[in-house]
Design a protein. Structure first.
Length: 268
């Protein structure tokens, strides 16, 4: 679920709130992130790792803060969380930022409808710290992935030839059949979600200045990222994703513009 601040102010390069967004820039580290409490088996340092099988878990189902101290003046405009239980645990989540004069709430409390990835978007600013407030709920809060950073807003909307990743369901199944042709059942060996990020008509300078750093990080750096293809129109269609092909930019027809086609898999 993508939650957009009601007071969001876009920069000129952000285009519209409904342009595709990618959350790959991340300042969260094991050294700058603390939680009010943690289960010794599930420390808060796990939030700084990209794998989703590791997790942080609080010590009790009480009010919790996760605080990230920044060490630069680089702008921040999003918080991403994956593999959490805030929906099923009925845990209200809010985001607060501190520019040096005290914490201000930029995303009011919201209880997610489910446990799918979360992305909170707010007006970009330079902050000394960002914190996630988790109200007491029906379960002990837990999460596996935490991103805090500056979104990449892709320059072109996605109009066609696109399957939103929550709908891109794939599975590997072994089906049983008797010698007489009767169906004996099936065994599920694996299941996952997949999709693509296909961008066309990108200005070559914009690609070089903004997009290529993401391509290099995702394809060659194996950096996982949050991706929402229509944040305003379809806020529930978001995934925590990774690239599965060696996507490369190429010139499109004779107008000199650039395009790319990145295949992705993800957690939804």
């Amino acid at each position: 679920m993508i939650v957009i601040s009601s007071s969001l102010v876009l920069s000129e390069s952000d285009l519209t709130p409904d342009h595709p967004i990618v959350g790959y820039r991340n300042i969260v580290t094991v050294d700058n992130t603390v939680a009010d409490s943690e289960n010794p088996l599930y420390p808060v340092t796990n939030l700084a790792n990209p794998p989703t099988h590791l997790r942080w878990q609080a010590a009790a189902a009480v009010l919790q803060y996760i605080t990230i101290t920044t060490d630069s003046a680089d702008p921040i405009d999003y918080v991403g969380i994956a593999r959490h239980n805030f929906g099923s645990g009925e845990i209200a989540v809010s985001i607060e930022v501190d520019d040096g004069s005290g914490y201000v709430e930029v995303i009011p409390p919201v209880i997610p409808g489910d446990d799918s990835p979360l992305l909170f978007r707010f007006t970009a600013g330079s902050f000394v710290s960002v914190r996630i407030k988790l109200a007491a709920g029906a379960a002990v809060p837990r999460a596996s992935v935490l991103h805090v950073g500056k979104l990449l807003v892709l320059p072109s909307k996605i109009w066609q030839d696109h399957t939103p990743i929550p709908f891109g369901r794939r599975q590997t199944v072994v089906n049983g059949r008797s010698t007489s042709g009767e169906f004996l059942g099936s065994i599920l060996l694996g299941a996952w979600n997949e999709g693509r990020i296909k961008e066309t008509l990108i200005d070559p300078d914009v690609y070089r200045e903004d997009v290529d750093a993401f391509m290099a990080a995702a394809v060659y750096g194996r950096v996982a990222f949050f991706f929402g293809w229509r944040p305003e129109m379809y806020p529930d269609e978001i995934g925590y994703c990774w690239a599965t092909n060696d996507a490369q930019p190429k010139n499109a027809t004779g107008h000199g513009l650039t395009e790319f086609d990145m295949q992705i898999e993800g957690v939804v």
